[in-house]
Design a protein around this ligand. Structure first.
Ligand code: KIV
Ligand code: ZN
Length: 510
């Protein structure tokens, strides 16, 4: 059925604004994996990073531009030639690319951050857009802190950047300050008072400091915005950004109210959400709308009774619409390739033959240790990143013993350069002792910030996932691992952190 609703573009900034959030940093292969999932999900624009921020950011944007097909690939830049040139070079391989330039416009930012007068802001914004247009036909401009900018001045800036060639004008609520009605009025004001407004697409970019990012974005759509900037799971600076899955499902569920639709394949939302959560280590709250574990669970008797009579009594969306297809069917060591293939597909993952071969091999190994494999186990196998266990150090042996006072661990590690080393350490518990043995072998002693353990499925033999967060030389690193033994999971997670530190030191030295 074709719809007459207006098309709203989805601009995903998980890899730029999302990745800026504390604890959400991703490696280059992880960013590429997320970018491919976003393309598969059907987003229109992927903001892949801020190329001038660091050589690592430049490389990540460049690799997404080279390898991800479908969406427009976008890079952020300040209004300087150097930033814009860096963005343009990083984006060049992408057949469709966009440069996104920004400059703060509010009185607070002008006075305290930039020390610039209104005229200088306009001059610099126009100059930034003109330079970007030398490299690219698709140029977006964002007046940072737009929602706290004087309306008349904001209109002047918007008119000037459209005249200079901006094809999209994005209105950010940078500090999550606005409220829905006020924000809609701002959009209406711009549409009425900017004479060339029809020559650019209006976009909205909201932060969630007061918990209104999704509501504010929807009201901007009501008032004429035709692009929404958002992130998977709402990750982002401070309280985060507008959540992609929530805003998309609001538009889909209430299409006739909003008279707007997106191109998102909604049944891929849940797998994309799990992927971002597993890569960043940012857990999804159980009660999170759309993708939380409880989003489709009905506990109360009255609700269950209604659901049994007719699902529409208490359900406005079907779990399968967002890609959540939980099954009571458990797999085990006698399950074959076909059964696993089907389950992986039902869980919303689309993986190639090589990746499936790895998942199947690990599935068989896990099924030898664990009688029943649930959806959570299978998801964890699929989400395990390629190259997760690829060193330079690998775990060859681990034995621990513990008593009430202390514990010992003997760890054997092999390095890619051929060294095989073993150490025995004492610690407060077996995990602490194993971490110390790894530190002794590798000579790397990061400071442990956080250690989390969670069960991935049901039953006594459930897999336990360990996540380790450390700081080392002013950078934060994260490692995770899931096995049926929590001490082994913790040891492997810590070893992943040590491997990441060694790899990042090599990259910095290169
Ligand atoms: O929140 C913000 O203002 C931004 C801009 C760079 C768009 O992220
Ligand atoms: Zn932002």
């Amino acid at each position: 059925m074709t719809s007459n609703a207006d098309r709203v573009m989805i601009f995903d900034t998980t890899l730029r604004d999302g990745e800026q959030a504390p604890g959400c940093s991703m490696t280059q292969p992880e960013k590429l994996r997320v970018a491919k999932a976003l393309a598969d999900l059907g987003v229109d624009v992927i903001e892949a990073g801020f190329p001038a921020a660091s050589p690592g950011d430049w490389d990540s944007v460049h690799s997404v531009a080279r390898e991800v097909e479908g969406p427009i690939i976008c890079g952020l830049a300040r209004c300087t030639r150097d930033d814009i040139e860096k963005a343009a070079r990083a984006l060049r391989p992408a057949p469709k690319h966009r440069i996104h330039v920004f400059l703060a416009t509010s009185a607070i930012h002008r006075q305290y951050k930039l020390g610039m007068a209104k005229e200088e802001i306009i001059r610099s914004a126009v100059e930034g857009v003109r330079i970007a247009r030398e490299y690219c036909e698709d140029v977006e401009f964002s007046p940072e802190d737009a929602s706290r900018t004087e309306l008349e001045f904001l209109a002047q800036v918007v008119e000037a950047v459209i005249d200079a060639g901006a094809t999209t004008v994005n209105i950010p609520d940078t500090v999550g300050y606005t409220v829905p009605h006020e924000f809609a009025e701002l959009f209406r004001y711009l549409r009425k008072n900017v004479s060339n407004i029809d020559r650019a697409r209006l976009s909205v970019h909201c932060h969630d400091d007061l918990g209104m990012a999704v509501a504010n974005s929807l009201m901007a759509v009501v008032a004429g915005a035709r692009q929404i900037e958002c992130t998977i799971n709402g990750i982002g600076e401070r309280a985060g950004n507008c959540s992609l899955e929530e805003v998309v499902m609001a538009l889909r569920t209430r299409e006739t109210f909003f008279n707007a639709r997106t191109n998102i394949q909604s049944h891929k939302l849940y797998p994309a959400s799990r992927l971002v959560s597993s890569i960043t280590g940012m857990p999804i709250p159980r009660n999170k709308a759309i993708v939380g574990e409880n989003a489709f669970a009905h506990e109360s008797g009255i609700h269950q009774h209604g659901m049994l009579k007719h699902a529409s009594t208490y359900e406005i969306m079907r779990p399968q619409d967002v890609g959540l297809s939980r099954s009571a069917l458990v797999l085990g060591k006698h399950s074959g390739r076909h059964a696993l293939r089907e389950r992986v597909k039902e869980l919303g993952f689309d993986i190639d033959e090589a990746e499936f071969a790895r998942v199947f091999e690990e599935f068989k190994a896990l099924a030898d240790k664990k009688k029943e494999l649930f959806d959570g186990d299978i998801e964890a196998l699929v989400l395990k990143a390629e190259g997760h266990d690829q060193g330079p150090w690998s775990l060859e042996g681990l034995s621990t013993s513990s008593g009430l006072q202390s514990a010992t661990a003997t760890v054997t590690l092999r390095h890619q350069d051929g060294r095989c080393l073993e150490r025995r350490s004492i610690g407060d518990g077996p995990v602490d002792a194993a971490f110390k043995a790894i530190e002794d072998i590798t000579g790397v002693k990061p400071s442990l910030q956080k250690f989390e353990l969670r069960s991935l499925s049901e039953g006594e033999d459930a897999q336990g996932e360990a996540i380790v967060y450390v700081n080392f030389q002013d950078r934060s690193y994260r490692g995770s691992s899931a096995t049926t033994d929590i001490v082994e999971s913790a040891t492997r997670a810590f070893l992943e952190v040590i491997n990441r530190i060694e790899l990042s030191q090599r990259a910095q030295a290169a």
